[in-house]
Design a protein. Structure first.
Length: 227
């Protein structure tokens, strides 16, 4: 999708796309909205409905825990640092980011590449330190039945509201991944995904799913231009 259209969608729905400025190690929204511009109206409409659902969720749970698991009152306001201590028994080692790699230089500008590389190295240092901390805590618990106090390292209070994790085209259909969504939100995503199979991914006109080669939902005109 065109960059200006992506920015319009994300800026108009700040709660849903709260992770849009995070690095590629933290959110797949780093890669933007991975569809054609023809689905702009469909995605904008879906985003508006999801944004409203999140607002209602936030009003219902004003004191929801941070994404790190800390309660809201355990964060120091102003300094931005969490003041909580997490009790670790059988800790989970690792963060599931092992599959991430540094993108090739030719795909990014030099400045952006250096920025992302430094972010990756910083994240890797934190990951290694966290793994050692958790292993030490597990050793204390297994050998001596001692609970290890592990300070929370979140940098600010971030309410654990539902949010967009990734949005893209897959097998010719709009595919949306949400983090912590409600049943109503999943229903809205399902309806939009089915509707996407009738809309051209390129121009926004009526389209059909084409399975000859790369699966795409396009109209006859866009299919002819592609072929």
């Amino acid at each position: 999708m065109k960059k200006e259209l992506q920015q319009k969608i994300m800026n108009d729905h700040p709660l849903l796309y709260v992770d849009k400025d995070k690095s590629m190690m933290e959110s797949c929204l780093f890669w933007g909205i991975e569809t054609g511009s023809g689905w702009y109206d469909l995605i904008y409409d879906l985003s508006s409905k999801l944004e409203q659902e999140i607002r209602e969720y936030a009003a219902k749970y004003p004191d929801i825990r941070c994404r790190c698991g800390c309660v809201k009152t355990d964060h120091r306001y102003g300094s931005g640092k969490c003041n909580n201590i997490m009790r670790v028994a059988y800790p989970k080692v690792g963060h599931g980011f092992y599959s991430h790699i540094i993108p090739k230089l030719k795909k990014l500008s030099v400045v952006r590449f250096i920025k992302q590389y430094l972010q990756y190295k910083l994240w890797d240092v934190k990951r290694r330190f966290n793994r050692l901390s958790h292993k030490f805590g597990k050793f204390l618990f297994d050998k001596f039945n001692i609970a290890y106090d592990l300070p929370c390292r979140c940098e600010r209070y971030e309410p654990n509201y539902p949010r967009m994790a990734q949005i893209k085209e897959k097998y010719g259909e709009l595919t949306v991944y949400l983090d912590g969504a409600t049943d109503k939100m999943y229903e809205l995503v399902y309806e939009a995904s089915k509707k996407s199979l009738t809309i051209c991914d390129e121009c926004g006109g009526p389209g059909t799913l084409r399975t000859n080669g790369w699966w795409r939902t396009v109209c006859d005109s866009c299919e002819g231009d592609r072929g």
